[in-house]
Design a binder for this molecule. Structure first.
Ligand SMILES: [Zn+2]
Length: 452
């Protein structure tokens, strides 16, 4: 009896150290024999950027399907989803005309995703600068016939750059319709970044129904400062020419690779990122990194011979950038099939050094995961305080799924976000691997312990 009590008292300790040992193996495997970096190289260099509806997006679907099959996952399948098909067309022109000090000058620009183009005739109009949407509403009809220049900045005093991004990005997502309702002809936005340079940042906008759809471009922060300076000195006309357009929706896919659970196969734990990217750069941090980390997180179970108790799914969601159709379709099908997702984990904040996990769910769910923090602190993953999961897993929330986001350091993310600079070379192998191992370790604990 005494021995039994001793054993019972010892059990939690044993269990902790067993988990600790396995988590060490997970990190060791990724840091010594990991595949995530090489897989990301193939995605970025052999396929490249992959906007929804593009041939490259289709190639990325096939690449990740084959990759997961090559790892011997139990089931690998494609989930059909119709996606928007926006194309940029010929290079944008954004040109200031006849300024007194600088003459006529070009700006580094990218059309915003989903925006209509000007066509070959272009738009030439006077520019009016605003600091945000509130100012457009104050100006009202004064913006009629003009190009509205949104020059609001990301707040550099907010340490979590995603918070600063959230404050500024509304100019990009809603600025066109807000200006169009007063008769503006087009908009220019300051790129949503905290970096001062010549690189323009694209990203999606949403037109409001029943409001005239007007062209929208982003210019680099250096160009935004220059334009703003000139506008302080004089009235100025700018010429915009863009050739982007929305084509009919096309068939694409979420790519799903599954290891079937041995004890509770009906309890599903999903891990993923979004396979689509913008049509510039290589979508390395956003979000090739997250996709390859998710595949690695599941591959680790195979490599280390861990038989999962629950069903693990690596999911490559399609169309996060300009529609979120993949994330929505995945949740819709899960509900239709009565699947039970106990947790979903997403990496979509770049392949930087992981610092923690954010969560969205009930307090009970979150408290349980927070108790696992000690397993991660040896790897400098410590911050379990933030709220939120990820865009693609968000639609699972009404089904009671705990949403978890990998939270890497955010200080450099917005240098690259949605730009030609988001290429494989700016991802650090070790940081990427640490993120993949952290996801693998979180999957392992979710699988072994479940969620009450
Ligand atoms: Zn992303």
């Amino acid at each position: 009896m005494k021995n039994l009590i001793t054993l019972l008292l010892l059990l939690p300790t044993l269990s902790f150290s067993q988990h600790e040992e396995m988590i060490k193996k997970i990190y060791d495997e990724t840091l010594t024999d990991g595949h995530v970096y090489e897989n990301l190289r193939v995605l970025c260099k052999d396929i490249g950027n992959r906007l929804s509806g593009s041939p490259e997006a289709a190639a990325a679907v096939e690449y990740t399907r084959q990759l997961m099959e090559s790892y011997g996952f139990d089931t690998v399948y494609l989930q059909p989803v119709m996606v928007p098909h926006w194309v940029r067309g010929k290079k944008e022109v954004v040109r200031a005309i006849n300024s007194e000090k600088h003459g006529t000058f070009e700006m580094n620009a990218l059309a915003l995703g989903n925006s209509v183009g000007t066509g070959s005739d272009g738009i030439l109009a006077e520019v009016i600068e605003v600091s945000g949407i509130d100012e457009v509403n104050e100006l009202g009809k004064k913006v009629e016939g003009k190009i509205v220049f949104y020059n609001g900045e990301m707040d550099p005093t907010i340490i979590n750059t995603f918070g600063a991004y959230g404050g500024a990005v509304i100019q990009r997502s809603s600025g066109a319709s807000e200006a169009a309702k007063f008769g503006a002809k087009a908009i220019i936005i300051r790129s949503v970044t905290n970096r001062q340079d010549d690189i323009p940042h694209t990203g999606s906008l949403r037109y409001k129904p029943l409001i005239n759809q007007i062209p929208a471009v982003a210019i680099s922060t250096n160009d935004a400062d220059k334009l703003s300076q000139v506008l302080k000195e004089q009235k100025l006309k700018v010429y915009i020419e863009t050739h982007c357009k929305q084509l009919p929706d096309v068939l694409s896919y979420n790519v799903i690779g599954e290891l079937r659970g041995s004890e509770f196969p009906d309890e599903i734990i999903a891990v993923g990122g979004h396979l689509d990217s913008w049509d510039v750069g290589e979508g390395a941090h956003d979000d090739g990194a997250g996709c390859m980390q998710a595949i690695e997180a599941v591959r680790l179970f195979k490599a280390l011979g861990i038989t999962p108790k629950r069903t693990l799914r690596a999911v490559m969601w399609m169309n996060e950038e300009n529609g979120l159709r993949g994330g929505r379709e995945y949740a819709r099908v899960a509900k239709e099939k009565n699947e039970k997702h106990i947790a979903a984990l997403e990496s979509d904040s770049g392949g930087f050094q992981p610092l923690g996990f954010s969560m969205s769910g009930t307090d009970e769910q979150k408290d349980q995961v927070k108790k696992w923090r000690d397993y991660f602190t040896p790897y400098r993953v410590w911050d379990f305080t933030q709220n939120g999961g990820g865009a693609d897993i968000g639609p699972l929330s009404p089904q009671g799924t705990l949403l978890i986001g990998l939270r890497p350091s955010t200080q450099r993310y917005f240098i690259y976000h949605h730009t030609p600079a988001d290429v494989f070379e700016v991802v650090d192998q070790r940081e990427l691997e640490l993120g993949a191992a952290s996801m693998g370790a979180m999957m392992y604990l979710l699988d072994q312990e479940g969620l009450k």
